[in-house]
Design a protein around this ligand. Structure first.
Ligand code: TXE
Length: 487
C-alpha cells in the first residue's frame, strides 16, 4: 500500500509519521496515510497566504470554470468515491453514492453563484455622498471536517470557500481521510493553482489545534462535536478569528395523531437510522402523541428489526457498521446509561455479532420508549442508531419537549393540519426544519444550528456570505475641502 500524502503548495508532502486506516466492517487495513504535524500546518498556511492575492484577483469566470471541472470529475468518479467512503466510513454504498452526487452538485452550485449580483447601494443623508458595499474574500480559511460524510463535508467546505476567492487549509478526520486525498488529486489534475487548496492530515490535537491557533488563518470553519467546537472557539479567540461551527444535535421529530401511522413510522425510521444515525441532524428524539403512542411504537419496533444491517458494500445493505470501535463503545455506553436511568428498551440495545458481523462495529437499531427530559438519552448526542421516544398530549407540550435541550440544529413535524404544522415549525428553536418530511438537504438552502448546535450557516447564498467580508465604499460626488477646522 502506498502512503497517501498531504497536498501543500501544490506538492505532495510526507508528514513525520504514518497512520493505518481500517475498514470498520471487518477491521481489515485499507490504507496508510501520512501523519502531519503543526509544522505542516504552518507550511500550508504560508502556501495559502502566498496564493491568496492572485486567487482573489482571478476572474470569477476562471474560478467558476475550475469548479465546474472539479464537479464533472467527481461525477465521473462517483462510484470510485463511493467505494472509498464506504470502505473508510462503513456507510452503505447507496448512501456514499448519494454523497458523491451531492458533492459534485455543491461545486457546480458555487461555480454558478459567484458571478451573481451581490452588495447593496445606499442613498445616504448627504446627497453628495454615495455609498455601496462589496463582498470580498476573507483570506486564508482553516477548515476542519468530521468522519460521517467524508467527501461531502470536504465539498461543503471547500467549494464555497475557494469560489469566493479565499484559499484553504483543509483537514479531514483521521478516521476518513482517503476520499479527501482523492479529491485533492482532482484539484491537482484540473490545474487549481498551487496553494489555493491545501490538504493537511493528522490528529485534531496537533494539526487541528494549530489550524485554530495559527495567526495566519483568518477564519476557522469546523464541523464536529460540541466539545471540540467549544475548544476551537476558545483557541480562535486569541487571534480574534472568525469562526463557523456546525456542531451536534438532539433533533426532535414530532408526530401528531392525524398522520397515517405507516407514513409516520416510515419517516421516523429514516430520521434516525439512515447513515447509522451518524448524522448531525438525525431525528434522534421521536416526540409522539399519546393517542397513537402504543400502536405506533409496535409498528416502529417491528420495522426497525427488519432493517438490513450489513457491510456497506453488500448488495441491499441498509445500515452499515459504526465508524470505529471507539465510537461503537461510546454508543453502547449511552445505551447502558439509558437502561440504568429507566428508559424502556423496546428493540435493539446491543452489538451485532452474528457471523461476519462479529468482525466489525455493528450496533442493532435501538429504540427507547417512555423517555423523560431529565434522562441523558434525551439530552446527549449519541451519534448512532439509537432513538429516544417521548410522549406528549397537547401541542404546547410537544413544543416544550422539542425545544428542551441545549441543541437546536434540526426539527421535523408531521401533521395534516397545516395551521398546526406551521405553528409548531415556527415555534421550533432550530436552524433546519421540515414539515411532513425529515432529512432532505439541498445545496441551495442554508444549513446550520441555533443554540449550542453552532454558529453560522453552510450552503446556499448564506453559505457563500460566510466566506466573505463586507466592505463599505463611500464616494464623495463633490470632491473639495471638508473645512471642519477653521484654521
Ligand atoms: O469528533 P471531533 P469525534 C459528534 C458526535 C460524536 C462526537 C465525537 O456526537 O460522538 O462528536 O466525535 C478534529 N482542534 N460529532 O471525536 O473530535 C478531528 O480531528 C481542532 C458530530 O470524532 O469533533 C476531526 O477532524 N480540531 C458531528 C474533527 O475535529 C480538532 C460529526 C471532528 O472531530 C480538535 C462528528 C481540536 N482540539 C462528530 N479535536 C456533526 N456535527 O456532524 C478534534 N479535532
Amino acid at each position: 500500500m502506498t502512503e497517501k500524502l498531504m497536498y501543500i503548495g501544490g506538492e505532495w508532502v510526507k508528514g513525520a509519521g504514518t497512520r493505518e486506516v481500517f475498514n470498520p466492517a471487518d477491521g481489515t487495513k485499507i490504507g496508510i496515510v501520512t501523519d502531519g504535524t503543526a509544522e505542516d500546518v504552518k507550511k500550508a498556511v504560508a502556501a495559502a497566504r502566498a496564493a491568496f492575492p492572485a486567487w482573489a484577483g482571478t476572474s470569477v469566470t476562471a474560478r467558476a470554470a475550475l469548479l465546474l471541472k472539479i464537479a464533472d470529475r467527481i461525477e465521473e468518479l462517483a462510484e470510485e468515491f463511493a467505494a472509498i467512503d464506504t470502505a473508510d466510513n462503513g456507510k452503505p454504498l447507496r448512501d456514499s453514492l448519494g454523497d458523491a452526487t451531492d458533492s459534485a452538485a455543491c461545486f457546480r452550485y458555487y461555480a454558478g453563484l459567484i458571478d451573481k449580483p451581490s452588495g447593496q447601494t445606499y442613498l445616504t443623508p448627504d446627497p453628495e455622498n454615495f455609498a455601496m458595499t462589496v463582498r470580498e474574500p476573507i483570506g486564508v480559511v482553516g477548515q476542519i471536517a468530521p468522519w460521517n460524510y467524508p467527501l461531502m463535508m470536504a465539498a461543503w467546505k471547500i467549494a464555497p470557500c475557494i469560489a469566493a476567492g479565499n484559499t484553504t487549509v483543509f483537514k479531514p478526520s483521521t478516521l476518513t481521510a482517503l476520499s479527501s486525498v482523492r479529491l485533492f488529486e482532482l484539484f491537482d489534475e484540473v490545474g487549481l493553482p498551487a496553494g489555493v487548496a491545501n490538504l493537511v492530515l493528522g490528529s485534531g490535537a496537533t494539526v487541528g489545534q494549530e489550524i485554530a491557533e495559527n495567526p495566519g488563518v483568518d477564519k476557522v470553519v469546523f464541523t464536529g462535536g460540541t466539545d471540540t467546537g467549544r475548544q476551537i472557539m476558545k483557541t480562535a479567540a486569541e487571534t480574534i478569528k472568525g469562526v463557523g461551527l456546525e456542531l451536534g444535535g438532539k433533533s426532535p421529530c414530532v408526530i401528531f395523531d392525524d398522520v397515517d401511522t405507516d407514513i409516520g413510522v416510515d419517516w421516523a425510521l429514516f430520521a434516525i437510522f439512515c447513515n447509522q444515525g451518524e448524522v448531525c441532524s438525525a431525528g434522534s428524539r421521536l416526540i409522539l402523541q399519546d393517542t397513537i403512542y402504543d400502536e405506533f411504537l409496535e409498528k416502529l419496533a417491528a420495522r426497525a428489526e427488519k432493517i438490513k444491517v450489513a457491510r456497506g458494500d453488500e448488495p441491499g445493505s441498509e445500515m452499515g457498521p459504526l465508524v470505529s470501535e471507539e465510537h461503537m463503545n461510546s454508543v453502547l455506553a449511552h445505551i447502558e446509561t439509558a437502561k440504568s436511568q429507566g428508559a424502556r428498551l423496546i428493540t435493539g440495545g446491543y452489538r451485532l455479532t452474528d457471523g461476519e458481523l462479529a468482525k466489525g462495529w455493528f450496533v442493532a437499531p435501538t429504540i427507547f420508549a417512555d423517555c423523560t427530559p431529565d434522562m441523558a438519552i434525551v439530552q446527549k448526542e449519541v451519534f448512532g442508531p439509537v432513538l429516544a421516544v417521548q410522549k406528549f398530549h397537547t401541542e404546547d407540550e410537544a413544543i416544550e419537549l422539542a425545544n428542551g435541550t441545549d441543541f437546536g440544529l434540526a426539527a421535523g413535524v408531521f401533521s395534516n393540519d397545516i395551521a398546526r404544522a406551521m405553528r409548531v415549525v415556527r415555534a421550533f428553536r432550530a436552524g433546519i426544519t421540515w414539515v411532513n418530511s425529515y432529512h432532505p438537504t439541498f445545496t441551495q438552502a442554508p444549513w446550520g444550528g441555533y443554540k449550542q448546535s453552532g454558529i453560522g450557516r453552510e450552503l446556499g447564498t448564506y453559505g457563500l456570505e460566510e466566506y466573505t467580508e463586507v466592505k463599505q465604499i463611500n464616494i464623495n460626488l463633490a470632491p473639495g475641502r471638508v473645512d471642519w477646522f477653521e484654521n
